[in-house]
Design a protein around this ligand. Structure first.
Ligand code: ADP
Length: 498
């Protein structure tokens, strides 16, 4: 074991080399201060490893590396097809190392291994491959004004991009940010969340192996209010892309205003799911259960507010409870049959438990769950899948994002009421509608104030499709072709032919 790399054996017996340093210029280095922090396995509360924490000086070193790389011919003049090849190579390496990456993700985050492997890691490779394909298809326009002028536009990379990502999908969030940024020719300083620092460091080894020039991707672990704030406020960073809570997004926007950074934010949600009386109830239960309970409820688009037509309300609530009992199997995330692992940290566990208390004290009915769950050793940050009914619109549990296996189910009488109440929120990220009436489905889809509407499904996002929010759920779009716009500036060139 050295200070910068450590051989680890995960609970599933996978042995691998875990980097611990800051990844700058394709090398792992110690932080200037030498400060480290520990990361915890949320399933048994034991420490996994300690990694180096970046301070403002380290951010500055990484930004200089990224700026140098941005201007260096090895990246600047690399043909777009070659950029795409590098991203494809990285996707290949992610696939080759899928078992190790999924192991790290499960160990550090607590998510079930099967989900880590088939959703997170598979999604990471797909996203990188998708943007690899875009690298040589980024084009400007020719604009016809008068016969005496030739006007064309060039889509140029924005420059050095600061990317601050959350802990709920550590690898996939890195891919959503790196894919488009690199396809467009930017360079990056990425900060993973301090709750889940490990998988991005392993990804860094693959980035180097894929052949990206030094300084193109720099990955710095560290605390939000230190390293994150230093990135958001750095004068030599051109763009900031952030995914996380609305409160932190607001803070980042303020910090980024110092040099008017190009900004994209994907923040919180309290996404409504409207179930009409004519819906296929079994399908609605299947999708809405996954839509809130998947990933321990730690999904920004989770359908955390379910509104059900009064005619089918009781039937739906009963079926949803049964679904939780039958499908939401809690336990060791390395067990193949586990659907629900622990919340990512003690702080998140306590947050969910405090909302359970709030629901009880505000007088909602606890229909299922509401308790912590411990493993055989009495450990782990697990929470039972929890359902509250008889919820009033002004209750905290109806209005605030809980980010756990926690759902409120309420009834409505008319379509007008359902849409009005669905929209009665400061958020506008996901939403879903269940009905067999296609006119009603599309009408409601238009009337909902959200960045995304799922009709007769929930949360089956896809890397080809724009993802993002309205209102206080964010600014800009990730994924799809739209995701490229966040990483290019369009330059207009006017040629006088007169
Ligand atoms: P959570 O509240 O769930 O921890 P956050 O939105 O605070 O989520 O965190 C998401 C990401 O933002 C993490 O990488 C975190 O370190 C970072 N972050 C937190 N606070 C700040 C801040 N003040 N400035 C920049 N980044 C921050």
């Amino acid at each position: 074991m050295s200070d910068l790399i450590q051989e680890l054996t995960a609970p599933n017996k996978v042995k691998y080399q875990q980097p611990l340093g800051l990844f700058i210029n394709n090398e792992f280095v110690k932080s200037t201060s030498g400060e480290k922090f520990a990361t915890i396995n949320p399933a048994n509360e034991q420490e996994i490893a300690s990694v180096y924490a970046a301070g403002p000086e380290d951010v500055d070193i990484a930004v200089k590396a990224a700026r140098k790389a941005f201007k260096d011919a090895s990246w600047k003049d690399l043909p777009p097809t070659a950029r795409g090849k590098l991203l494809n190579k990285l996707a290949d390496l992610v696939e080759e190392n899928a078992n190790t990456l999924a192991t790290i993700e499960t160990w550090d985050n607590g998510k079930p291994f099967m989900h880590a492997l088939y959703v997170d890691v598979a999604g990471t490779a797909s996203c990188l491959r998708y943007y690899a394909g875009w690298a040589d298809k980024i084009q400007g326009d020719v604009i016809d004004t008068t016969p005496n002028k030739l006007i064309y536009t060039i889509r140029e990379p924005v420059g050095v991009c600061g990317q601050i990502i959350p802990w709920n999908f550590p690898l996939a969030m890195a891919a959503w940010k790196l894919g488009p940024a690199l396809a467009c020719g930017n360079t990056v300083v990425l900060k993973p969340a301090e709750q889940t620092p490990l998988s991005a460091l392993y990804l860094a080894t693959l980035i180097k192996k894929a052949g990206f020039p030094p300084g193109v991707v720099n990955i710095l672990n560290g605390f939000g209010r230190v390293a994150g704030a230093a990135i958001a406020s750095h004068l030599n960073i051109d763009k900031i892309a952030f995914t996380g809570s609305t409160a932190t997004g607001r803070e980042i926007m303020k910090l980024a205003s110092i040099n008017l950074k190009n900004i994209s934010l994907e923040t919180g949600g309290k996404s409504p799911c409207i179930i009409f009386e004519d819906a296929d109830l079994e399908e609605a239960v299947n999708w809405s259960h996954k839509g809130i309970m998947f990933n321990q409820g730690q999904v920004c688009t989770a359908n955390s507010r379910i509104l059900v037509h009064e005619a089918v309300y009781d039937k739906f609530v009963e079926a949803f409870k049964e679904q939780c009992k039958n499908v939401s199997k809690i336990g060791d995330p390395f067990e193949d049959s586990t659907f629900q692992g622990p919340q990512v940290t003690k702080a998140q566990f306590e947050r969910v438990m405090s909302y359970i208390e709030s629901g009880k004290s505000e007088g909602a009915t606890l229909a299922l769950g509401g308790e912590a769950y411990k493993d055989v050793n009495g450990k782990g940050f697990f929470v039972q899948p929890t359902i509250f009914t008889n919820v009033k619109d002004e209750m905290k549990i109806y209005r605030e994002e809980v980010f756990g296996p926690f759902v409120v189910i309420s009834s409505f009488k008319t379509e007008e009421e359902a849409v009005r109440r669905a929209n009665d929120t400061t958020y506008g990220l996901g939403s879903s509608v269940f009905t067999q009436d296609i006119k009603k489905a599309h009408r409601v889809a238009r009337n909902i104030e959200a960045g995304m509407v799922w009709i007769n499904s929930s949360n089956d996002s896809h890397y080809q499709v724009p993802f993002g929010g309205v209102k206080q759920s964010g600014i800009g779009r990730e994924l799809g072709q739209a995701g490229l716009h966040a990483y290019t500036n369009e330059k207009s060139v006017h040629v006088n032919l007169a």
